[in-house]
Design a protein around this ligand. Sequence first.
Ligand SMILES: Nc1ncnc2c1ncn2[C@@H]1O[C@H](COP(=O)(O)OP(=O)(O)O)[C@@H](O)[C@H]1O
Ligand SMILES: [Mg+2]
Length: 364
Amino acid sequence: MTKLKVAVLFGGVSTEHEVSIVSAKSVMQNLDKEKYEIIPIGITKEGKWLLYTGKIEDLDSKWTMYSIECFISPDRTKKALVKIKDSEATFIDIDVVFPVLHGLNGEDGTVQGLLELSGIPYVGCGVLSSALCMDKAFAKKLALLEGIPQGHFLVIYKDEYLSKKEYFIRRIESEFSYPVFVKPANSGSSVGISKAKDKDELILAIHEAFLYDTKILIEQAINAREIECAVLGNSEILVSALGEIVPSREFYSYEAKYIDGSSELIIPAKLEKQVEDEIKELAVKIYKLFECSGMARIDFFVDKETNKVYFNEVNTIPGFTSISMYPKLMEYSGIPYPQLLDKLIQLAIEKNQQKQSIKYSKEG
Ligand SMILES: Nc1ncnc2c1ncn2[C@@H]1O[C@H](COP(=O)(O)OP(=O)(O)O)[C@@H](O)[C@H]1O
Ligand SMILES: [Mg+2]
């Protein structure tokens, strides 16, 4: 049997560079070596593309030491990786790309755009869907149009804020009650996110969030349990059991996610049947609304007192270590990690095949 050549992308120009390496290592370790030939491609923090030549089990932050310059060609007559060694270019055919990139420049539609041009099937959501899910401001505006339940929010642009600081602070204080969450519109892993309990904290939080984006969100803090749902599929959609995150800190901050190691994942989340059904129904609605394909993890808040459900966000390339919520939820729902990877690759190929029938010229 000829093996499928799967290029796994990791790293990236993103605050989640390190997390992506851990996710990608796990993906590569779980891909069935009988079925797939793995082509590991790292993107440095500066944006350099390199073919990783070391062993998968040795992949860590020092990966660039074992690498050769390369890039995926946007030329769709090639469908290949271009390797450059001693000033000579070699083409390596690729059957499918698995982007395991979190956050900006990877999960946000940019890499998906390149892959779309290349014509190579790729795992996960397309360009528009990735971009919409990444941008919390657009995601919330779209969800609002469709009546998806969510907390009150306000979008602020940096140039407007700088020229009208007092107006915005007054407006936030009249529209919201403390505490509020302040977050960059495009970020991930809670980078740049703060919970502000008074005016001083609010001003600092706004400053912090603007370090990571020129657009930020103010959100009413919800005293809530954090419930997550894994979704898999293109037109036929599978919704997993629900999981709950119990953060080790006041909220699920970067430290609570990756440093403390004591945040808890509870699968299945203990919820009333009615609440569980409502979340699962909403997950399907949101997955379709954002035109997701392949996979997404959709996160919700459930008010601790009223049990009211709120949409938080969609992650189109969720954490993928063997202890991450997405693979864990799928495993609990009957799809073990290696089969999940098979399914995602199959979905990528199916989606690409469906596009073959699209006409790009009027003639013929
Ligand atoms: N409106 C909110 N109410 C309560 N907690 C929130 C709110 N927004 C964010 N949080 C907390 O901050 C964490 C990170 O926010 P989130 O919007 O999920 O960003 P990221 O994309 O970085 O995961 C959440 O998991 C939660 O703990
Ligand atoms: Mg989140």
